[in-house]
Design a protein around this ligand. Structure first.
Ligand SMILES: Cc1cc2nc3c(=O)[nH]c(=O)nc-3n(C[C@H](O)[C@H](O)[C@H](O)COP(=O)(O)OP(=O)(O)OC[C@H]3O[C@@H](n4cnc5c(N)ncnc54)[C@H](O)[C@@H]3O)c2cc1C
Length: 321
């Protein structure tokens, strides 16, 4: 949960987080895939006095909100995370330990959800590119693909950073831009973080299979989803400043992705104004994995049962369109 203030988005993120544990169990049961949901906790570290003041402010309001938040003094960081023992008390100004935070392997989660959906009768047409939304008399009637039209009473536009292209085809402006993120996949060779370590510029995530994920850059407006030398340089520099011991980690691979982001960085979830039957579910920015299961369930409730927006009310398209 990444929210610096106690606001409606933070409450939404908490609800999103609560979906993951039970969902992981159900998916293991139903399709036999472990999506690697683990409540490993996150240790946020401050490098400067300003970052320390900011984390302490978060510590105070999260504790007051009844959440698991613990302040770790600089000298104690090495005990909480042995990989930090070389820099604790020297380069770091303290940390915030958030024990309830978790992680999940997102490609596995998508795969498991697709299998579970198929078991319930969903037809997944992989590689079928939608070239146009079909609208007639102010109502959506389906989508057009190169191999034909797929008719539908309702269409969910969830095409990530490409959502605006499809919307523009029906004269709808959906203000979504890419924020590119680059990632390095590492192996610690016996040494690895006990928990997620997160500084202002990067994070290190220890996966159950020994992988350590180093992420992620923030590159606004960049549609090129390939890793670059400059991006990897920024990441490695940021990681080695906080965890010099990571210098001995072996590089397994690099990748990049495009986060779909609205101008205010909040999701856009709701019925498209002026086009009956078209539902927008996009702009999850840095939180699409966290919120995905909750968004999916609530979108289904709204389309199939006419449910009200509930906690998603502040995040409707009406704030832009
Ligand atoms: C480096 C990195 C790290 C991240 N870490 C986290 C994290 O720790 N936690 C978290 O919650 N989130 C994280 N995110 C964000 C998360 O990945 C996104 O918010 C999420 O993927 C958005 O999901 P989406 O389905 O809306 O869009 P996407 O994942 O972009 O999916 C859109 C899909 O639509 C398809 N599509 C587009 N146009 C068409 C078309 N015309 N026809 C058919 N299909 C089309 C695309 O091929 C794609 O498969 C991270 C992102 C990056 C890049």
């Amino acid at each position: 949960v990444e929210a610096p203030f106690a606001d409606p988005f933070f409450e939404l993120a908490l609800l999103g987080r609560a979906e993951h544990g039970p969902l992981a169990e159900r998916l293991l049961d139903e399709v036999g895939l472990d999506v690697e949901y683990r409540a490993t906790g996150i240790l946020r570290v401050a490098r400067t006095e300003a970052e320390r003041a900011d984390l302490q402010r978060q510590y105070r309001w999260q504790s007051a909100r009844g959440l698991a938040a613990e302040w770790v003094d600089s000298d104690d960081l090495g005990r909480r995370e042995p990989l930090l023992s070389g820099v604790a008390g020297r380069l770091l100004a303290g940390g915030l330990w958030l024990a309830d935070e978790g992680q999940v392997r997102s490609p596995r989660l998508v795969q498991a959800l697709a299998l579970a959906a198929a078991q319930r009768g969903a037809r997944i047409m992989e590689g079928a590119w939608v070239v146009r939304l079909c609208v007639s008399g102010g109502r959506v009637t389906g989508v057009q693909t190169p191999s034909g039209t797929v008719g539908a009473d309702s269409v969910v536009l969830a095409a990530g950073v490409w959502s605006p292209d499809l919307a523009r085809g029906i004269d709808l402006e959906v203000p979504v831009q890419p924020v590119k993120g680059q990632v390095v996949s590492l192996r610690g060779l016996g040494k690895r973080p006990r928990q997620v370590i997160w500084s202002g510029e990067c994070y290190l995530v220890p996966r159950p299979d020994g992988e350590v994920v180093l992420g992620a850059t923030e590159e606004e407006g960049n549609y090129d989803a390939r890793p670059t030398l400059a991006g990897l340089h920024r990441l490695t520099e940021a990681a080695l400043e906080v965890v010099p011991a990571a210098g001995g980690f072996v590089v397994d691979g690099v990748w990049a992705g495009l986060r779909p982001a609205a101008p205010d960085r909040y999701p856009i979830i709701g019925w498209a104004p002026g086009v009956e039957g078209l539902f927008l579910a996009t702009a999850h920015y840095r939180n699409g994995v966290l919120l995905g299961p909750l968004t999916g369930r609530r979108v289904a409730d709204r389309i199939l049962a006419g449910a009200p927006p509930g906690e998603f009310a502040p995040f409707g398209p009406d704030r832009f369109i």
